[in-house]
Design a protein around this ligand. Structure first.
Ligand SMILES: C[S@@+](CC[C@H](N)C(=O)[O-])C[C@H]1O[C@@H](n2cnc3c(N)ncnc32)[C@H](O)[C@@H]1O
Length: 202
């Protein structure tokens, strides 16, 4: 039914329309930039590096970090690097990393081993107010393990407090090129950072 409130909302939206259009065309994730990514990625002569520098549509921060880590590895004559994702939830980031590792291998001939760390059961119990207990709760971001089929990445399941202890001896990863922190909790992030001081990284 056409009510006065409906008409008021319609008028507000109509007045805001030019502003929305301007933002869509000029923002960092503008339509122009998105369309150019979609169009250009079908042309093999467009350099991969350029594609993500103009805002590759999927996880550009992952593309950027893995590409530059692999580039450095090549200059150091390494054959492979590993990249970690701390917190995988439904696996979107990990699947993106699998795609990226394929592209990097093609472009730079460096193997990228992908490791994902997650409880598999969603967020664990928070460990204090710094874990923002008013915002997150135990079980958020539960993983649907049966739906996830990873082709090349390794999922390290369990609480990072436990899995970090024997990760290096168990998996023997290639030199670590990049770590993506997405644990949400302060306590989990801090715990994951212990891996940075492991002798295998240094
Ligand atoms: C925001 S989600 C990750 C989203 C994912 N990176 C993506 O791009 O789709 C956070 C994840 O961190 C995991 N997590 C949080 N604390 C953890 C801990 N102590 N050990 C293992 N996994 C943890 C949770 O299980 C949850 O799936």
């Amino acid at each position: 039914m056409i009510t006065p409130i409906f008409i008021k909302k319609l008028i507000i939206h109509l007045i805001s329309l030019p502003h929305y259009c301007f933002r869509l065309l000029t923002s960092e994730i503008s339509i122009v930039s998105r369309m150019s990514v979609v169009v250009f990625q079908f042309f093999p002569f467009v350099p991969y590096k350029w594609l993500f520098s103009i805002g590759h549509k999927n996880y550009p921060q992952y593309h950027y970090s893995v590409f530059h880590a692999a580039n450095l590895a090549r200059q150091l004559n390494y054959k492979a690097i590993s990249v970690f994702e701390f917190g995988c939830a439904r696996g979107k980031g990990l699947l993106a990393l699998e795609q990226i590792s394929k592209k990097v291998k093609r472009e730079l001939n460096i193997d990228v081993q992908v490791y994902g760390f997650d409880t598999g059961e969603g967020l664990p119990n928070p460990k204090g107010y710094k874990d923002l207990t008013y915002h997150w709760k135990k079980g958020d971001f539960r993983m649907n393990k049966s739906k996830l089929i990873f082709k090349s990445s390794t999922l390290v399941l369990g609480n990072i407090d436990d899995t970090k202890t024997d990760f290096f001896s168990k998996h023997k990863p290639a030199p670590v090129g990049a770590i993506f922190f997405d644990f949400d909790y302060y306590s989990s992030t801090k715990s994951g950072m212990d891996l940075l001081t492991h002798k295998e990284i240094n």
